[in-house]
Design a protein around this ligand. Structure first.
Ligand SMILES: CC(C)(COP(=O)(O)OP(=O)(O)OC[C@H]1O[C@@H](n2cnc3c(N)ncnc32)[C@H](O)[C@@H]1OP(=O)(O)O)[C@@H](O)C(=O)NCCC(=O)NCCS
Length: 143
């Protein structure tokens, strides 16, 4: 796993397209812009998966997390998430937030196992009409 650079955007877009429904796919330009946002950082396992996150003040957000379908259930998603959490702490975050579709059992299980809890819900947030759950995890002892 290596830090993702803006030049990796086409490779990240290919991974994103393989991992998400086509209505939710993010293209290279969108991914490059995300990586160039202040506080953004990415983790890239080339050909396997990636995560993007962002830190603003003391809060971090997972922007996306994707593992190639053929390589799932081997621990990479958990490793990307753990490394994103460590990266967020290193950048000063005390808590991490993310949104996940209520119907995304795999991601919900991954996040629950990593200690994320539901703190909100956005109704009909996704193109398929599913709600988004807003999850949070404290990253330091007092959070
Ligand atoms: C969610 C995703 C990133 C998980 O990646 P992964 O590499 O398969 O995850 P891991 O192998 O690290 O799994 C860690 C744990 O998550 C849970 N989990 C992962 N996939 C699961 C599934 N399909 N069903 C139930 N639990 C699952 C399990 O508890 C698993 O531990 P275990 O294998 O020891 O039982 C992957 O399924 C993916 O890319 N999905 C499509 C994109 C997506 O939904 N991203 C998240 C958007 S918020």
């Amino acid at each position: 796993m290596i830090p993702a650079a803006p030049a990796d955007a086409p490779a990240l877009a290919a991974l994103h397209a393989a991992a998400f429904p086509s209505a939710e796919a993010w293209g290279p330009d969108a991914l490059r812009l995300m990586l160039e946002m202040p506080g953004a950082f990415g983790l890239h396992a080339p050909g396997q998966g990636f995560a993007l996150a962002r830190v603003a003040a003391d809060e971090a957000e997972v922007l996306t997390l994707a593992v190639a379908p053929a390589l799932r259930r081997r621990g990479l998603g958990g490793a990307l998430l753990a490394t994103a959490m460590a990266g967020a702490v290193a950048r000063g975050a005390a808590a991490m937030f993310l949104e996940v579709s209520a119907g995304n059992a795999a991601a919900r299980a991954l996040y629950a196992g990593a200690g994320f809890i539901e703190v909100g819900r956005r109704r009909r947030y996704y193109p398929d009409g599913a709600d988004a759950l807003v999850l949070r995890r404290g990253l330091i002892a007092s959070s």
